[in-house]
Design a protein around this ligand. Structure first.
Ligand code: MN
Ligand code: MN
Length: 278
């Protein structure tokens, strides 16, 4: 989909509340490519006949809930970032709330940039093994290891709460302090995680925040992570209005039996249920 075809398709989105936007971009991955192949894999599991479209909380996501925007066509554009931001703004302008399917984590910066133009107050809940706060990584300030440095230095979020972190370096701890990031490291996670926000929340889920036992299909597997249950509990129990989301870093080239795509689809469903309450 291009911005033109997206805008045309959005004219027929009346009655739909949530938009699925595939962002097949892994150009800023540092170690392995493959995350760009994830959007169709996650979509396939979300709408697979193996499952129904009811959430655990009793919300039916079938029928007219989702407007599926398809995958952004980034091959023909020289300015990937503007294309991503433009797509998000187009969706928001039509009164739909986007759920973005990555792609690697670098996409979150332009997505949140689009959100910030619409939301004066915006908080981010970021689930990840990694803080992604490097000032730059491998001489690339657009690296998937850096999106939250860009977000915070451009003041795109009022609060950034990170959960599941287990790879913080000295530099990233300094960055977290500098930006006032609330980092909940994995070693501190015990029992229920009840998070409360008094203004709109965007949730960014890097599936490597999950333990690789549950989500093996990632480029940087980091043992000792969250269970899908913990992530779902966090989403269901979150106090606040959930207005947007991304699920990133599924790498189908590393996946087994689509386990990671299934976990991502499950998380998308429970996020969608919360967004319908926004
Ligand atoms: Mn990440
Ligand atoms: Mn990560």
């Amino acid at each position: 989909m291009t911005l033109e075809t997206l805008n045309a398709a959005l004219k027929n989105s009346a009655g739909r509340k949530l938009a699925l936007v595939g962002i097949p971009d892994d150009a800023n991955s540092t170690f392995l490519r493959g995350a760009a192949e994830a959007p169709p894999k996650i979509r396939e599991q979300l709408f697979s006949d193996a499952f129904n479209l009811w959430t655990e909380t009793g919300v039916d996501l079938g029928g007219d809930v989702f407007f599926d925007a398809g995958d952004l066509n980034l091959g023909e554009t020289s300015d990937t970032w503007s294309a991503i931001q433009g797509a998000v703004e187009a969706v928001l302008d039509h009164g739909l709330l986007p759920i973005c399917l990555g792609g690697d984590h670098a996409i979150t910066y332009p997505v949140v940039k689009g959100f910030r133009r619409r939301y004066d107050a915006l908080n981010i809940l970021h689930i990840d093994a990694h803080p992604d706060l490097y000032d730059n990584f491998g001489n690339n300030p657009r690296s998937h290891a850096s999106p939250f440095a860009r977000i915070m230095e451009n003041r795109l979020a009022d609060r950034l709460v990170q959960v599941g972190i287990r790879t913080a370096t000295g530099h990233q701890r300094e960055q977290a302090k500098r930006f006032g990031v609330e980092m909940i490291e994995m070693r501190e996670v015990t029992g229920d995680l009840r998070l409360a926000f008094d203004s709109p929340v965007y949730v960014s889920v890097d599936v490597d925040g999950l333990d690789p036992a549950y989500a093996p299909g990632v480029s940087h597997p980091e043992p000792g992570g969250l269970s899908p249950r913990q992530v779902i509990d966090m989403i269901q129990g979150l106090e606040g209005r959930l207005v947007g989301a991304d699920v990133v870093e599924v790498n189908p080239r590393r996946d087994f039996h689509n386990l990671t795509a299934v976990a991502a689809a499950k998380i998308v469903k429970e996020i969608a249920a919360r967004m319908l309450q926004a």
